[in-house]
Design a protein around this ligand. Structure first.
Ligand SMILES: NC(=O)C1=CN([C@@H]2O[C@H](COP(=O)(O)OP(=O)(O)OC[C@H]3O[C@@H](n4cnc5c(N)ncnc54)[C@H](OP(=O)(O)O)[C@@H]3O)[C@@H](O)[C@H]2O)[C@@H](O)CC1
Ligand SMILES: [K+]
Length: 491
């Protein structure tokens, strides 16, 4: 499990650490880690370091100070270093003097570098890049290493509202900040340099699940288990018009665990034809006992869908409500009020569904997606899984995890139906609903990666991936579970 801390938490911890550390020592430690990452990237890109050219973009604060001190360390490895000072009067004085002494030069232009270091702004960033910085960044044609975070991106929300740096690598210090998990597109690869902040940090504000966390949580059958003891998942999805959603969410549940799956709805014949291992009936009341329900994908928003949703909520077991189920709840608050408040609910909205259910409660989905998901989770006393490039999963008690995206290939029709089936199957195993939603989101991304690359060792970035229809994501679920389980075995 990885922790993520807000900038306020980090500043407080840094202040405590600074108070017991010799002047300038922390910055030099940070800068040494930064220089190491720059040297690695230079080697990777150009085959060497001596004589290579690095340009530092230096802003008005300590973020620029880090860049200048890294320049000093790079000079010691015979790298040609140029500093462009965006605010010469406020550039970090000691760092600048040290760089000059080490043979670095100051220029007003980029000077044809092999690599650029973004030390424009760090923890105190607010708003997009200012015009002078934006103009310089626009000219950069080589990879950028961001100091602490890519300038122009909000540190606490990852939001971008104008020109911003898009880094190949971001080198951060002491602890991960929200931007590093909420906006992987702008951060690129994130490297964490230890500056001894650990003992000063409180509990993290957010967490990110690692493969072994998911592997531990995933239910593995024991010798006494049968198809019932592992949790039965009920799927109430699909309609005459949308049988595909039923096939996909049922399939995800079938593949996720070895517990049984029951389907109830209008697509029973199609679903049974595709998944002979499940039991399909026409309606929820006849479906038999389940430990968790999935309701919503492809259900339609008319009277028939409304009745199915009401029947599922009446069952009072842990339930994942998705897609049309969320739209129906937003339009029929009485359904929500009538449910058993002790039966946990996981809502899995995309942005428009989120707005439908949250806006009547006065909750707006703005730049701060974590805050919005938390607020809705609290107000509805439910787990909220807000889909997006980074998926946010908030529990009513405030626990929040982020599942960062590795590519955008998962943004495809039917992908959400697969996720819903995974959530339902994990709920049926008795897992804590927040963890169930988080593990499902992790497996969904991993399955998407596997499907997009067809290579278990690869990460599906834009350069190596291929389009990935939802049925391929489905097929990759066993590979994703294997990846989580083998992380436990390797631990
Ligand atoms: N503390 C520590 O122990 C350690 C700290 N470390 C490092 O210090 C960094 C934090 O440094 P910091 O506090 O000096 O602020 P920093 O982010 O450089 O901002 C400077 C000024 O920039 C401005 N500005 C704001 N927005 C802007 C924008 N969009 N575009 C352009 N400019 C903008 C704004 O000034 P304004 O112009 O608004 O008056 C602001 O005051 C941290 O990220 C890490 O790298 C490491 O060395 C480890 C040890
Ligand atoms: K920066």
């Amino acid at each position: 499990m990885l922790g993520v801390w807000t900038t306020t938490q980090i500043r407080t911890a840094e202040d405590r650490l600074l108070a017991r550390t010799p002047d300038g020592a922390l910055m030099r430690k940070a800068a040494f880690g930064l220089a190491t990452a720059v040297l690695d990237l230079l080697r990777e890109r150009t085959g060497g370091t001596a004589g290579r050219r690095v340009t530092l973009l230096v802003g008005a604060g300590n973020n620029g100070g880090d860049a200048l001190w890294a320049g000093v360390f790079l000079r010691r490895r015979s790298v040609a270093v140029t500093a462009v000072l965006l605010n010469p009067d406020r550039a970090h004085a000691a760092g600048l003097a040290a760089l000059r002494r080490a043979g670095g030069r100051v220029s007003e232009t980029l000077d044809d570098p092999d690599l650029v270091v973004d030390g424009i702004v760090g923890l105190q960033a607010h708003g997009p890049l200012r015009p002078a910085a934006a103009a310089l960044v626009e000219q950069v044609e080589v990879p950028i290493v961001a100091v602490d975070l890519p300038s122009g991106v909000d540190p606490d929300t990852g939001a971008v509202d104008g020109p911003a740096v898009r880094a190949a690598v971001t080198v951060t210090f002491g602890a991960r900040k929200p931007v590093h998990v909420l906006n992987t597109t702008h951060c690129g690869e994130v490297r964490l340099v230890d500056i001894g902040l650990g003992p000063e940090l409180p509990d993290p504000d957010l967490i990110v699940l690692e493969p072994d966390d998911v592997g531990y949580a995933w239910r593995v059958p024991g010798p006494r288990d049968d198809k019932y003891t592992q949790g039965v998942t009920g799927i109430a999805a699909g309609s005459a018009n949308y049988p595909g959603a039923a096939v996909l969410s049922s399939g995800a549940a079938v593949l996720a665990t070895s517990g049984m799956v029951r389907y109830a709805g209008y697509a029973a014949d199609v679903v049974r034809g595709r998944w002979p291992e499940l039991v399909a009936t026409g309606n929820v009341e006849d479906a038999g006992r389940v430990q968790a329900w999935v309701v919503g994908p492809g259900l339609g928003t008319g009277q028939a869908g409304r009745s199915i949703l009401a029947a599922v909520l009446h069952e009072a077991v842990p339930t994942c409500v998705d897609a049309d189920g969320i739209t129906l709840l937003a339009a029929n608050p009485a359904l929500w009020d009538a449910r058993d408040p002790d039966a946990p609910v996981v809502l899995t909205p995309h942005d428009r569904e989120f707005a439908r259910i949250a806006e009547p409660l006065g909750i707006k989905l703005g730049a701060d997606r974590v805050a919005a998901a938390r607020e809705l989770a609290k107000r509805l006393d439910s787990v909220v899984l807000l889909k997006g490039n980074a998926t946010v999963v908030a529990a009513p008690d405030g626990r929040t995890l982020v599942n960062p995206a590795t590519s955008s290939w998962l943004a495809t029709a039917g992908s959400g139906d697969v996720l819903t089936g995974l959530v339902g199957a994990l709920l049926a195993t008795g897992l804590d609903p927040w963890l169930a939603a988080g593990c499902a989101a992790w497996a969904h991304v991993r399955a998407g990666e596997l499907a997009a690359t067809a290579d278990a060792s690869a990460t599906a970035d834009e350069e190596t991936g291929v389009p990935t229809p939802a049925s391929r994501i489905l097929e990759a679920i066993p590979g994703a579970i294997r990846a989580a389980r083998s992380a436990v075995a390797a631990y």
